[in-house]
Design a protein around this ligand. Structure first.
Ligand code: HEM
Length: 124
C-alpha cells in the first residue's frame, strides 16, 4: 500500500507542481512585464502638469483611441470633466494593464495618473 502511495506521488508530483506554478503567473503587462503596481511616495501629481501630458501623448493620440470624436466605450479623454467622469474605469484599466491599448505608459506616468485619481482627481 505504502509502495503504491510513493509511486503515485512520484507519478503525479510534476502535474501538481505545474498546476501550482500556473496560478502564480501575474497578469497585465506592467512596464517591467509583471503585475502593475504604483507608489505615491513623494509625489502630489496635478491634472494640468502631470495628467494632461499623459492624455496628450499616451491616451488621446487619435480617434481610434481617446481623442475628441472617438466612439469607443472609453470615450474622449481631453478635458478634466471627461477624465473625472471615467476616473474609476481609467484606474481599473491602467492597473489591469489593458490600457493603453497600444504604445507604452511608464512607471512614473502610472504613479502620477493613479495617485492623482486617488487624491480625488482635482482640476488642478
Ligand atoms: C493611458 C492611456 C489610456 C487610458 C487611461 C485608457 C482608458 C480606457 C478606458 C477606461 C476604457 C473603457 C474601458 C471600459 O469599458 O470600462 C478604454 C477603452 C478603449 N480604449 Fe483606452 N485608454 C488609454 C489608451 C488607449 C489607446 C492608446 C488606444 C488606442 C490604441 C485606446 C483604445 C481604446 C479602445 C478601442 C477602447 C474600447 C474598448 C476596447 O476595444 O477595448 N486606449 N480605454
Amino acid at each position: 500500500m505504502k509502495k503504491l502511495f510513493v509511486i503515485t506521488l512520484i507519478l503525479f508530483s510534476p502535474a501538481v507542481f505545474l498546476a501550482c506554478s500556473k496560478s502564480n503567473t501575474t497578469t497585465g503587462g506592467g512596464p517591467g512585464g509583471g503585475a502593475i503596481t504604483f507608489s505615491c511616495t513623494g509625489i502630489s501629481p496635478k491634472f494640468s502638469t502631470d495628467v494632461q501630458p499623459i492624455l496628450t501623448t499616451v491616451c488621446s493620440i487619435n480617434t481610434t483611441c481617446h481623442a475628441t470624436g472617438t466612439s469607443n466605450s472609453g470615450g474622449p479623454f481631453t478635458t478634466h470633466a471627461e477624465v473625472f467622469a471615467k476616473r474609476s474605469n481609467i484606474r481599473a484599466a491602467i492597473l489591469a494593464g489593458v490600457m493603453p491599448q497600444s504604445g507604452t505608459i511608464t512607471q512614473p506616468q502610472i504613479n502620477a495618473f493613479i495617485c492623482w485619481i486617488d487624491s480625488g482627481a482635482p482640476n488642478n
